[in-house]
Design a protein around this ligand. Structure first.
Ligand SMILES: Nc1nc2c(c(=O)[nH]1)N[C@H]1C(S)=C(S)[C@@H](COP(=O)(O)OP(=O)(O)OC[C@H]3O[C@@H](n4cnc5c(=O)[nH]c(N)nc54)[C@H](O)[C@@H]3O)O[C@H]1N2
Ligand SMILES: Nc1nc2c(c(=O)[nH]1)N[C@H]1C(S)=C(S)[C@@H](COP(=O)(O)OP(=O)(O)OC[C@H]3O[C@@H](n4cnc5c(=O)[nH]c(N)nc54)[C@H](O)[C@@H]3O)O[C@H]1N2
Ligand code: SF4
Ligand SMILES: [Mo]
Length: 762
């Protein structure tokens, strides 16, 4: 067939009424936020590719982004609520499913108290409007202390150090990778992950541009990742030792008189304390524990000081570790001490269009960070920002006694595969009295539920990255309309969360979700007009509500956030300012410019200063000093890894992403393989305190000797799940090995990297 005939045949096949159209939307799958161009014929998606006109991603896309339609059409994706009766799943109407929640959940709350219900908010909540806006009212309605989220298997240490230094968990200094002359990256592999806590589409292209303009990239990682391969230098650090390395680098800056705060010196506290805190960490003292020689450490420090601009950036490898908060803090101490904090080419602060703590309220004023207002029942671990560490979740369920968790609400999470000692959690979930999940699959976690509410597919939801755009390396705003409508009678995810909130409040299973929505927008408008520093101070709330009124749901709230945000139209007071109308008219996004210095006005610490030595971090340094005296063991340490075609625990049901050679293997260095008698392709038995598994071995010199690596998110071999493709590519659950007894004491974050394991041929 010629191309013309081919086209004609396809047109004939689609039949009449199948007009073609193009939709644009932001990919919600990871933090990069790429713009997608989606071609449809009638209601069918024909092709998804990168949107070349997108103001931020300029056409970049990864293999996951083009699978949004495969996810939408996946026959295993849940489309109706499911209710389990006598151990068997039955499809139910929405009303029946909510009635079941009311019937089973309320007696538990009444008889055993609100803390008998635990909630887990999984990673996609950071990527959905429902999770961003309606999670909070649900938590409030449930009123439980037992709130857990993916944050404590991820970035809690960075949020905590940022809150202590700058005033809020999302006031994070992001590396200005487009302008820096030297990027020192620790524990991140953006060639696979596309970046995290530094939102930018096309990290690979940006890193290549950095090198092309004469800049340098140094990667600190126990594995020679793709990012390390592309770098000027790879520093194969021992797992868990980043804070020693970073403290020694700060030590060198002081010892060699290289400290220069630059313009932030006028509003920075604690420099002398930092000098004293790093005194016990000269490079020679940390060489053994880090596996990095003193000469290299000195050179890394002096290079950083000498570079015209430089940014230090640490991610998962540094946060999911025993001293994760100290490492996260020391990253920014280095940025500050080399004069790179808040300057172009250094580590900067986004000025987000909506929702940011540092664009609201009084500049240079804030409330103190309180850690440990509540404690977990069993181990007494402290909360941070109102959440308990997820390392406590299983024990709160399986340890009898007053206050034991008996019911579980799981929102967009798969903690059986994502949290440490997933085996214990799996067993604990099986013993609960009641569980409700909001998810798109019947998977390793949701199989334990009694009621599952399906969330719409990404193509059926509107989108705006409220959280991730606060961490962007360029100021942008991007709204996406749904590509497909909801099915008749189908609820949007926010409506599900709102109805669950109403049930928990006692308003009944049939209550209208609009009640929650109206209350929220009302409260937000009132707080906006009360903000003396805000653009609508003193205005009549009814007037604003009237302007917002044509919209409902997330769009209405976002419109309010945009209009009262730093670029907003302030409800007419700033002609030409941002509103949702403006974003709707800009399908490729709105570019709000490169990052600009934001300090000191963007600080929200109580002192109004950058706090270089906040008391909780100063106190925690005692733990690091003590650890320096520990003998360095020679046992094997387990770390994780990510693959570009995978996404945490849930995209393994997409055939095009999982086909080809299996990705869930254990990387082992050739020396270790020889010593242990492990052959490439053979199976190894891996054992830790928490559990054991058998995994295929991949021998590779792209990993430090003494370290093995297994990716997380696999292990789709559990009975009672309904993910056919994933089951054919099951892999193993690396979190059977990670240990819920290992955590960063300050933040409660899980230790997922550097877990001691024993390995033998299986
Ligand atoms: N060993 C090890 N473990 C790790 C990590 C590691 O590096 N090593 N990384 C950790 C990190 S950084 C994270 S963030 C966590 C993530 O772990 P989780 O918080 O468990 O998140 P996911 O694995 O992404 O699972 C998301 C769930 O949400 C469902 N889902 C997908 N889209 C939607 C939606 O739009 N709405 C709803 N309601 N549900 C949806 C999926 O089916 C899946 O069940 O894993 C952590 N676990
Ligand atoms: N393709 C894909 N993309 C993703 C995800 C995914 O699962 N797949 N998940 C998303 C999520 S939720 C997140 S949070 C981000 C994470 O984004 P990244 O932080 O970039 O995640 P990783 O690719 O796991 O890179 C972590 C690196 O840390 C290294 N490492 C392990 N231990 C240590 C250590 O002790 N010190 C140092 N210096 N390095 C260490 C590991 O070898 C690994 O190369 O990725 C997001 N993007
Ligand atoms: S990099 Fe992330 S946001 Fe971009 S297409 Fe891939 S999954 Fe989507
Ligand atoms: Mo994450």
């Amino acid at each position: 067939m010629t191309a013309v005939e081919d086209q004609a045949a396809r047109r004939a096949e689609r039949g009449p009424g199948s007009a073609t159209r193009t939709a644009y939307r932001t990919c919600p799958l990871c933090e990069a936020g790429c713009g997608l161009e989606i071609n449809l014929a009638g209601e069918r998606v024909q092709r998804i590719r990168g949107d070349r006109a997108d103001v931020f991603s300029a056409g970049y896309i990864c293999p996951k982004g083009s699978t949004l339609n495969a996810l939408h059409e996946d026959p295993d994706r849940l489309r109706t609520p499911l209710v389990k009766r006598d151990g068997r799943w039955q499809e139910a109407s929405w009303d029946e499913a909510f009635a079941e929640v009311e019937r089973r959940l309320l007696p538990i709350i009444e008889e055993q108290g609100r803390d008998a219900v635990a909630v887990y908010l999984g990673n996609p909540n950071a990527h959905t409007l429902a999770g961003q806006l309606y999670g909070r009212p649900l938590l409030k309605a449930l009123g439980t202390t037992n709130v857990y989220s993916a944050s404590t298997v991820d970035q809690r240490p960075k949020e905590l150090s940022s809150a202590l230094m700058f005033g809020a968990g999302l006031i994070v200094a992001v590396p200005d990778i487009d302008r820096t002359a030297l990027l020192l990256m620790l524990g991140a592999n953006p060639y696979a992950s596309n970046g995290s806590l530094a939102t930018a589409p096309d990290w690979p292209g940006r890193l290549e541009a950095l090198r092309a303009r004469g800049g340098r990239l140094v990667v600190v990682d126990p594995r020679r990742t793709r990012t390390a391969q592309e770098a000027d230098e790879w520093v194969p650090v021992r797992p868990g030792s980043d804070p020693f390395l970073l403290a020694a680098m700060v030590h060198v800056l002081f010892a060699d008189d290289l400290v220069d705060l630059g313009r932030i010196g006028d509003f920075t506290n604690g420099l002398d304390e930092v000098r004293a805190l790093v005194a016990p960490f000269p490079p020679e003292a940390v060489a053994t524990v880090t596996g990095v020689d003193a000469t290299t450490i000195r050179r890394l420090a002096s290079d950083l000081a000498a570079a015209p601009t430089a940014a230090v950036y640490g991610r998962i490898g540094t946060t999911t570790a025993e001293f994760g908060t100290l490492a996260s803090w020391l990253v920014d101490v280095l940025n500050a001490c080399t004069g790179n904090l808040d300057r172009p080419g250094g580590a900067m602060f986004t000025r987000a269009a909506a929702g940011a703590a540092n664009t609201r309220g009084a500049p240079r004023a804030g409330r103190p960070v309180r850690i440990g207002r509540r404690r977990s029942r069993v181990r007494g671990l402290p909360d941070t920002f109102g959440e308990l560490p997820v390392v406590c979740l299983a024990e709160e369920m399986d340890t009898p006694g007053e206050g034991q968790v008996r019911a579980f609400v799981c929102l967009a999470g798969n903690p059986v595969l994502s949290t440490p000692n997933g085996g214990r959690l799996d067993a604990a979930l099986a013993g609960l009295d009641f569980m409700v999940a909001v998810d798109i699959y019947l998977n390793e976690t949701t199989r334990h539920a009694d009621v599952i509410f399906p969330a719409p597919s990404a193509l059926q939801k509107p989108h705006y990255d409220i959280a991730l755009l606060q961490l962007a390396i360029r100021n942008v705003a991007n709204w996406s309309e749904p590509v497909h409508p909801l099915e008749p009678g189908q609820l949007d995810e926010w409506e599900v969360l709102a109805r669950l909130a109403l049930i928990a409040q006692g308003a009944g299973a049939g209550a209208d979700p609009a009640i929650v929505d109206d209350l929220m927008v009302d409260a937000l408008v009132r707080s906006a007009v009360a903000d003396q520093h805000g653009p609508v101070h003193g205005r009549d709330p009814e007037e604003l509500l009237g302007v917002l009124s044509p919209r409902r749901g997330p769009g209405r709230i976002l419109d309010l956030m945009l209009r009262t945000g730093p670029y907003g139209d302030a409800f007419g007071a700033v002609p030409g300012g941002l509103s949702l109308d403006v974003l709707q008219a800009s399908p490729h996004g709105v570019d709000l410019g490169a990052l600009e210095p934001r300090l000191p006005g963007g600080l929200r610490t109580p002192s109004g200063m950058v706090e270089l030595a906040p008391p909780p971090l100063v106190a925690d340094m005692a733990r690091l000093r003590a650890a320096l005296a520990r003998p360095v063991g020679d046992g094997l340490l387990l770390v994780g890894r990510r693959d570009l075609r995978s996404n945490n625990s849930w995209m393994h049901n997409v055939e095009v992403l999982v086909r080809g050679r299996p990705r869930c293997t254990m990387h082992v260095h050739p020396d270790d393989a020889d010593r242990l008698g492990l052959a490439d392709g053979a199976a190894a038995r891996v054992t830790s305190r928490a559990g054991e598994l058998v995994v295929p071995v991949e021998v590779t010199d792209a990993i430090r000797a003494g370290v093995v690596s297994i990716p997380h998110g696999w292990g789709h071999d559990r009975p009672g799940t309904a993910m056919g493709v994933a089951a054919d590519h099951a892999g193993v659950n690396a979190n059977l090995l990670t240990d819920e007894l290992r955590y960063d004491e300050l933040s409660g974050n899980a230790v997922l990297n550097g877990v001691p394991v024993e390995v033998a041929p299986a």
